[in-house]
Ligand binder design. Structure first.
Ligand SMILES: [Zn+2]
Ligand SMILES: [Zn+2]
Length: 760
């Protein structure tokens, strides 16, 4: 007995409400250790006592075999004096002190719960709210911290005796599962008609499934909001949903019963399969198979080579999908670009006229959270919309913030974040800050985050654009220091932070619009940047945007602007874009010539728009980025031809004559080259120009790493060509993975810039 040691352990990260204490309890008892484990405001603390071998084994396994939802960020170990304790106990929670522990993200139903859901002998057989320590709602039901049932939207449901017994039993897999419930004590499902009146019937799931199978539109309450669903194979239903939602072309996401069903619709490689079945359950964008036509109506994702698929992530989804037994559309419950409906009253009001019925329940959603959207990358993922299942897991960075930071994000695809120590808490996708509802999500979301993570920001970062509502919000805050961060610098800083790097790098920020330091609209930028600062080292030659924002909605205006640069004497005959828009063409030229409402822009997004219109993809758009997305879809992937663009240098700053690319497109069109080939050659030309500029900047600066950011890099064809070209030229390339390359990543970049400047 002589050789005993006692060790104190502190574990930080997502370790509460995820079954960590029962895990520690059973690990310690299985190794014959004495001591205790408990929760406090910092996370989990434990003391273990026993043989040095057993204690060492414990310390190894505590990290290796942690419960699936736990995310361990730090384990601190201290030596203690032996006290002789032989038993191991779970200590009561200590609720005082700073709120430093982390709340888990919402998590898809686990395999154990699914087994019980399907087991007629189980008391939760077919119960749509089954959950446990390893799965179920978390972030979306939390009203405040500490994460405890009374502070969640489960507070109105008193546990029955059997649930309470499970909740208090350390050996039970529902020990301290805050949303624990059963048919006797938990939330209930109901089906309501279009006018909101409850429909009678004992099985709302089966009734809803029947409605779906007969072509009806059903609103289904999920974890972070309502979906609108129809049978994906029913052309009339899908078309009706589009018409009622006022959503012309933007693809709908699909929910499929399982992986086998996903494989019938799309190419699903190993990485994609892992993402589809992951506990986060994002929408995964996947290459569509021809066979999908049999199950997916044309109106679901018109003209798209990809489909966005997700698997069921709540017990309700599992029950519904197995009853329907075919892919269903599961698109956000909203009209057009409004935020998703998440309260029952809101859903009944805003989805009236769209939904034929509502499959709803009485467990409130506290925080609106959209589905996340990702793509599979070799061995990993690239997040396009970071929301449900990901939030509020922090993005850790490789430096420590000196003061707490709030970063307000951009205008479109807004997210905000709070940062302290080495953690950045990036919010769920808020949306486009252009209506009162979204603005309220933004301001209330910031207040909620401040409470949840106990952060009082002292430094507030915002975009330079004076008219962004996020900028105006920052300007009205009292008692904080403000820091404006240039939009494209924020993009590159986000990419650096995403990769755990600090730079300096050559940053390529290609997007639609961002306010420049000179007051013009930037968007095709080459920066020499680190987290703290940047220099604008190169850009696309600016062109006019005739009509300002109207040129974003009508890409043919950008075609007119670029053609005016290419052909000052007038464009060559035979261009269809000119014929299609003949009535307004001269007015457009006059507007630019007189410099009326024609701001200059170096935007790469507008360059893609111009080419899309010129080729005949489309003259006007129904959603952001549509023309560029369709141009990418059109391109022949195997085509290797390319167009050159001249590069000029003034005072060491490089300018790309992007109009050369547009001129080449026009000439090949007139020569009768097929548009899909031209689209590919254009992509290759842009990629070649990027590689050429980076090579020149490497000669000037000695930098060999390139960070790619901005929404344009959601274009897989372009990104693939750029990465291949850069790597062939010997560059190291940084891409986004944890946060989006689009404006959803801006808040992380702003926070990183603020944190880095604060350290100087
Ligand atoms: Zn479970
Ligand atoms: Zn119960």
């Amino acid at each position: 007995m002589g050789d005993r040691v006692r060790t104190g352990i502190r574990v930080e990260g997502v370790v509460q409400g995820v079954g960590f204490r029962p895990f520690v309890y059973s690990l310690a008892t299985s190794l014959g250790l004495g001591g205790h484990v408990g929760n406090d405001a910092d996370g989990v603390f434990a003391e273990v006592e026993g043989s040095p071998e057993a204690v060492a084994r414990f310390l190894t396994l505590i990290e290796q075999e942690a419960p699936p939802l736990a995310r361990i960020e730090r384990v601190a170990v201290t030596g203690l004096a032996v006290t002789g304790s032989a038993d191991f106990v779970i200590a009561p929670s200590q609720a005082d002190g700073q709120r430093r522990t982390l709340i888990a993200a919402d998590t898809a139903t686990c395999a154990d719960c699914l087994r019980e859901l399907a087991d007629p002998a189980d008391r939760r057989f077919r119960y749509p709210f089954i959950n446990c320590t390893n799965c179920g709602p978390r972030y979306t039901i939390v009203r405040d911290v500490p994460y405890d049932r009374p502070l969640t939207t489960m507070s109105g449901f008193a546990m029955c005796a059997r649930c309470a017994a499970e909740y208090h039993d350390p050996a039970n897999r529902r020990f301290h599962a805050q949303p624990i419930c059963c048919p006797a004590c938990g939330p209930r499902l109901s089906l309501a008609a279009a006018d909101g009146t409850k429909l009678p019937g004992s099985d709302p799931v089966r009734a809803a499934a029947e409605l779906l199978c007969t072509g009806k539109i059903v609103a289904v309450k999920g974890l972070g909001g309502y979906h609108l669903s129809v049978d994906a194979g029913n052309a009339a239903a899908a078309a009706a949903l589009r018409a009622r939602k006022h959503r012309e072309d933007k693809p709908f996401a699909l929910m499929v019963p399982d992986l086998t069903a996903a494989r019938m619709l799309c190419e699903v490689d190993e990485t994609a399969a892992r993402l589809l079945v992951s506990a986060r359950r994002p929408i995964v964008l996947l290459p569509r198979l021809p066979a999908a036509d049999e199950y997916v109506a044309p109106a679901v994702a018109p003209g798209n080579r990809q489909l966005g698929l997700m698997l069921p992530y709540t017990p309700l989804h599992h029950l519904l999908l197995s009853a329907v037994a075919r892919p269903i559309v599961a698109t956000s419950g909203n009209v057009s670009d409004e935020p998703i409906a998440f309260t029952d009253g809101d859903a009944l009001e805003r989805l009236a006229g769209i939904a034929d019925a509502y499959l709803m329940h009485d467990r409130p959603i506290h925080i609106r959270t959209d589905d996340s959207v990702v793509r599979a990358l070799t061995g990993g993922e690239s997040v396009i919309r970071r929301s449900r299942g990901y939030v509020p897991d922090p993005v850790t960075v490789r430096f420590r913030f000196r003061r707490p930071v709030l970063a307000c994000g951009a205008e479109l695809k807004n997210t905000f974040c709070l940062a302290k120590q080495d953690r950045v808490f990036v919010s769920q996708h808020i949306g486009d800050l252009e209506n009162a509802e979204t603005l309220r999500s933004f301001t209330e979301g910031i207040e909620h985050f401040r409470r949840l993570f106990d952060v009082q920001p002292e430094l507030v970062a915002h975009d330079l654009h004076p008219d962004y509502l996020s900028t105006k919000y920052a300007a009205e805050l009292a008692g904080v220091e403000l820091l404006g961060v240039q939009h494209h610098h924020a993009h590159i800083a986000a990419c650096l932070a995403d990769n755990g790097e600090a730079g300096p790098v050559i940053g390529v920020a290609f997007d639609g619009t961002g306010y420049g330091t000179d007051g013009t609209i930037w968007g095709g930028e080459f920066l020499i940047a680190d987290l703290a600062g940047f220099e604008r080292a190169g850009w696309l030659d600016p062109v006019a945007m005739p009509g300002g924002a109207a040129a974003i909605r009508q890409p043919w205006r950008m075609a007119a602007a670029y053609l005016a640069v290419c052909y000052p004497g007038g464009p060559p005959a035979g261009l269809a874009v000119l014929q299609r828009n003949e009535r307004h063409w001269a007015a457009m030229l006059a507007m630019m010539a007189r410099e009326i409402n024609s701001p200059l822009t170096s935007s790469a997004g507008r360059l893609f728009d111009a080419v899309a219109a010129l080729i005949g993809v489309r003259d006007s758009i129904n959603y952001e980025g549509q023309a560029a997305i369709e141009l990418e879809q059109l391109a022949v992937v195997s085509e290797r031809g390319s167009y050159p663009a001249a590069v000029s240098s003034r005072d060491g700053r490089l300018r790309v004559r992007a109009s050369d690319l547009v001129g080449a497109v026009a000439e090949e069109l007139i020569a009768g080259v097929a548009p899909p080939v031209i689209a590919a050659r254009f992509h290759n030309g842009v990629a070649a120009a990027i590689v050429a500029i980076c090579t020149r900047l490497r000669e000037q600066s000695g930098l060999t790493a390139v960070a790619l950011s901005g929404g344009v890099f959601q274009n897989l064809l372009l990104t693939g060509r750029v990465v291949a070209g850069l790597e062939e030229a010997g560059f190291r390339v940084l891409l986004h993975s944890r946060v989006p390359c689009n404006d959803g990543g801006i808040s992380l970049g702003q926070a990183a810039v603020a944190g880095a400047r604060d350290l100087r």
